[in-house]
Design a protein around this ligand. Sequence first.
Ligand code: MRU
Length: 340
Amino acid sequence: MLTVAWKNNSVVLIDQTKLPNKLVYVSCKDYKEVADMIRKLVVRGAPAIGVTAAFGLALAAQQSKAKTLLDLMRDLDSAFKVLQSTRPTAVNLFWALERVIGKGMRAKTVQEAKRAVLNEALKMAEEDIETNRKIGAHGLKLLKDGDNVLTHCNAGSLATVAYGTALGVIRAARESGKRLSVIATETRPVMQGSRLTAFELLHDGIDVSLITDTAVGHMMAMGAINHVIVGADRVLHTGHVFNKIGTYQVAILANKHNVPFYVAAPLSTFDFESNPDDVIIEDRSVDEVVKVGKKRIAPKGVRIFNPAFDMTPPELITGIITQKGVLKPPFEKNLKALLG
Ligand code: MRU
């Protein structure tokens, strides 16, 4: 079961807005549809968004009627702009689009460029699974038999092509014979924890319990959690981590209760240029806050803030699990060493 795939010249996605009640797939033949799917959270999670956008560009190449390389690059550039405007925080989106269009730019003919763009997107989809397995192999060493691991949002199979980053570590630990229990926060307001994390872990037979976001402090104070592992939408070279709203407060609570707080992320999620103030935190629709399902749960006229991400500073992070190993503080210095 792949979250994102290229089949019969279309991009096929699991419709995550329908989970956990229905497991249905949507198929897109137009890059504008792909952009719409990213915007509406049909596909979400930093690595999955990146690969989907890459396939979106491959569709744009396929759709183009251009006869010259210059015209094809103009078409790809328009698609690039539409796709990159879908979501602002996860850096994988921009990384993937740059990587794919770069391949097109180096081609010598229209046909070669079309092929190169698709091949690069397919390669990225394969690499994503391999990378997650490597993250899992490094991360599993941090866990021991019987651990209770809290995760926030969904950094699983559904947030990647398959296997997951934070949940990839859990899967790898499980495959190595360690028995673990996962505690998933529901992750208001879009409920990625209850709808997606609980769904995919139950689907794979991994022990999972669901708690409200507000129960984290209590559970830690009771000694019911001995590790936190979350994913990331953007990791700065300084070690600042942008992830789903609520991650920061989980990190503060983990620090207060001496619970190790790990972030699992591929190097495609790293941003080597931005500083904390440069990163745009996506502001999403107020409807996500004032409604539960179709039912309104707040009075009309109340002011709403709905930031979708927050920033966890490096001093609250025990380590960042990447495909090349586990980065420990000081992150900026150790990142340079890790990358050689
Ligand atoms: O708004 P979303 O659902 O796209 O946010 C997803 C997250 O914040 C995930 O934790 C993050 O992308 C890591 S996914 C491996």
